[in-house]
Design a protein around this ligand. Sequence first.
Ligand code: BO1
Ligand code: ZN
Length: 260
Amino acid sequence: CSRKNTRNAALHPLWQSPLTIPGGTRQSPINIQWRDSVYDPFLKPLKISYDPTTCLHIWNNGYSFLVEFDDSADRSIIVGGPLENQYRLKQFHFHWGAINDWGSEHTVDSKFYPAELHLVHWNAVDYPSFEDAVMEGNGLAVIGVFLKLGARHEGLQTLVDALPAVRHKDTVIEFDEFDPSCLIPSCPDYWTYAGSLTTPPLTESVTWIIKKKPIEVDEDQLEAFRMLLFTSDGEEERRMVDNFRPLQPLMNRTVRSSFR
Ligand code: BO1
Ligand code: ZN
């Protein structure tokens, strides 16, 4: 209908590009309705093996801060879960809100968490590069972890301490020897579904693996995220907050769970 077309044409203020992909059938994020998810007894446990020395740097890219990894060999990888082969870690980043009432991209039973971690991996078995994998249905695997308010997270604090150095857009600092598995809850339970990137190019290339159990972080740690800027040095300062995409329709998809 015409109303829908108007929405599709609207430019997102952060992206300067459309919010929706015309004809998209597997867009992300989604609301995970717990009771509608289907237990799949054939789903394997997800095996995570990260090499802390593959960590390279932190980069404020004007949308989030990215912690990037050397992905030139199979050194930091995940296997199992819903995945047919192994995937290499490329980067991780977060999405968060201006206040604690929202900020995550996915929701569970319509509940938002104050933030969400994304660990982005690509299929280096079938594709020669990340850029090639982005274009393919089984190209990427992203682990999503919800952040909830609670105790200070000691593993995250190492990262939080480095954030003032990347306050402005387009700043990069060296950040070596970090093991992001400390940010992933030990509870093996997850949901999985076929989806997309949540920022441009929004390609429908992602196997999403959303951990059921959140990690706890404290108010000070979330406030450190909110001190970052969307803007470059010299521009009028705009705080980096609410860097999440709105929920997308589930369409003809099933969310599977690894647990009953
Ligand atoms: S997310 O995990 O769905 N929020 C997500 C969204 C967009 C990207 C990655 C993850 N984009 C890709 C770009 C590549 C770029 C890479 C940087 O991020 O498509 O061009 O190299 O790690
Ligand atoms: Zn993300």
